[in-house]
Design a protein around this ligand. Structure first.
Ligand SMILES: Cc1ncc(COP(=O)(O)O)c(C=O)c1O
Length: 495
């Protein structure tokens, strides 16, 4: 077993386990925001993002999940007889428990979750192999509500072979951050003045801030909550914090409440500037900026300054944005996103394409004139459908071919001009309906070779005909390409 932290290699039977061990990893990155994202840079404020999103499970809750499981093993609450972990959680904690349990060879993880959880979230949890049980009632129940999921998970945890970590009351939740997050931040930024984190279970805020205050008592702890009656995934509101039994009061000097709109907006801004973090990270940063704005307005920024006159601040980034992408659109509205060009194509040309339906002029020549010698095994005389305008067809064509003039020869390339594509698709799609006497059901399962002026219209027609069960092929480059290959003359010669 070896770990090379410089090259980030984790090898051997224990390599995967080591990969999840913060003591065998580099600290997660601490990245300073450039001035364009820091409106207080000229006031000496420096703002750093602590990217817990860079942990192997890509979220902050994997540290409490690991610490709760490791301590439970040490205390004999998790043994080789433990077959199931159960937790009330709809997000990061239970996903982390799911991943870590597998690594620790505990086979089942059950999640008790609200019946108001979105389908996308349910799929995410099932993706990680979690065994889900829905429960009615509030999405975020109180700890002691006997109808709530936290209570129910506690009860299930009493069964033999089952362990309920209970992030809401287990001190190993916040101690994970005293063990890892706090020491990492202090080592990375000993000058830190302000520490800001969103508050859900209060584990991150309590553990990190208590550690920082122990080693540097002047550090200011700022907790950021969701505004009343609003929701951001992860954090909670002030009323939900009150019953929490962790020593969060000692960790907090100030609190800010932030709404969901601003949280998603700030997170989007961070993502677009290179920091791929989710809505609760936006909430923490907005809370920090609001706090700094108030200190500046009341001329009290100086109380936060270090001896060198600067105010280094850290805010926690809990996870990545990807699982919430649809929520950014719902929350912020379409004005935040560039419109999609050529939207008319959403409703046209939706049948599959396949490069195997393409034939070269050489191959076409063989198919038409020596089908039995054709090495591709098609081996039948094809029905040739020539999609050029009548005048061009009349001037020169393959004997026996049918002309379907759709007026395309003078139109632009449909793949470069969406309007043309819509027109030609509709024309061909209507023409190739089953009831058409010439190009409908009669062509089904027949071998058809499509020709057009430059090959593009024939390619479009092949997609439509294939959708209707016709073995349609098209000549790449069309008649123009056939001519350019020098073979069209021999077609004429064989007339
Ligand atoms: C995405 C996200 N952000 C923030 C938090 C809050 O962290 P904590 O529970 O440590 O207060 C959570 C907690 O689940 C979370 O999942």
């Amino acid at each position: 077993m070896t770990v090379d932290t410089q090259l980030n290699v984790f090898s051997g039977e224990e390599g995967l386990r080591d990969f999840y061990d913060p003591d065998k990893n580099l600290p997660v990155p601490l990245v300073e925001l450039p001035s364009r994202l820091n409106p207080f840079r000229e006031d000496g404020v420096r703002i750093y993002a602590k990217l817990m999103s860079h942990l192997p499970a890509t979220n902050v809750k994997s540290l409490p999940a690991l610490n709760m499981l490791l301590r439970a093993q040490e205390q004999g609450k998790v043994t080789s007889d433990t077959h199931t972990i159960v937790e009330f959680s709809s997000g990061s904690t239970v996903i982390s428990l799911g991943i870590l349990s597998r690594i620790m060879e505990i086979p089942n993880v059950k999640a008790i979750i609200s019946n108001k959880t979105s389908q996308i979230k349910l799929q995410l949890l099932r993706f990680f192999g979690l065994d889900l049980t829905l429960l009615g009632g509030p999405v975020q129940p109180e700890h002691l509500d006997p109808n709530g999921g936290i209570f129910v998970a506690n009860e299930w945890g009493e069964e033999s072979g089952v362990f309920n970590p209970d992030q809401y009351s287990n001190p190993e939740n916040y101690r994970a951050h005293m063990r890892w997050t706090g020491p990492q931040i202090y080592a990375q930024l000993p000058d830190i003045s302000v520490f800001a984190a969103s508050i859900g279970t209060a584990g991150t805020m309590t553990g990190t801030s208590l550690y920082l205050k122990k080693v540097k008592p002047s550090v200011v702890g700022l907790g950021v909550l969701t505004a009343p009656n609003d929701r951001v995934p992860g954090p909670r509101n002030y009323n939900m914090l009150l019953p929490v039994e962790f020593p969060w009061r000692q960790s907090l000097d100030f609190m800010e409440e932030v709404g969901s709109f601003l949280s998603y907006e700030k997170s989007l801004e961070l993502c677009r500037n290179g920091l791929l973090v989710g809505p609760s990270s936006g909430l923490a940063l907005v809370g920090l900026l609001n706090f700094l704005k108030k200190r500046k307005a009341e001329n009290s920024l100086d109380m936060l300054r270090n001896r060198d006159g600067e105010i280094p601040c850290v805010f926690i980034c809990c996870d990545q944005p990807f699982q919430y992408i649809h929520e950014y659109f719902d929350k912020l509205g379409h004005s935040y996103f560039l419109p999609i060009k050529n939207e008319e194509l959403f409703a046209t040309d939706l049948y599959p394409y396949n490069i195997d339906w393409e034939v070269t002029p050489e191959h076409a020549q063989q198919l038409v004139f020596s089908p039995n010698r054709d090495s591709s095994g098609l081996g039948k005389v094809p029905i040739i459908v020539d999609l050029r305008d009548q005048a061009n067809f009349k001037a020169s064509h393959i004997p026996g071919s049918r002309n379907l003039d759709i007026g395309a020869d003078t139109l632009p390339n449909p793949y470069k001009d969406p309007k043309t594509l819509v027109i030609l698709f509709d024309l061909l799609d209507t023409r190739f309906t089953a009831t058409d006497p010439e190009y409908g059901a009669a062509l089904r399962e027949k071998l058809v070779l499509l020709l057009s002026r430059d090959g593009n219209v024939a390619r479009l027609a092949s997609s439509i005909l294939r959708h209707r069960g016709v073995s349609a092929y098209y000549v790449i480059g069309g008649v123009d390409g056939w001519r350019a290959s020098g073979l069209w003359g021999s077609v004429r010669a064989q007339l």
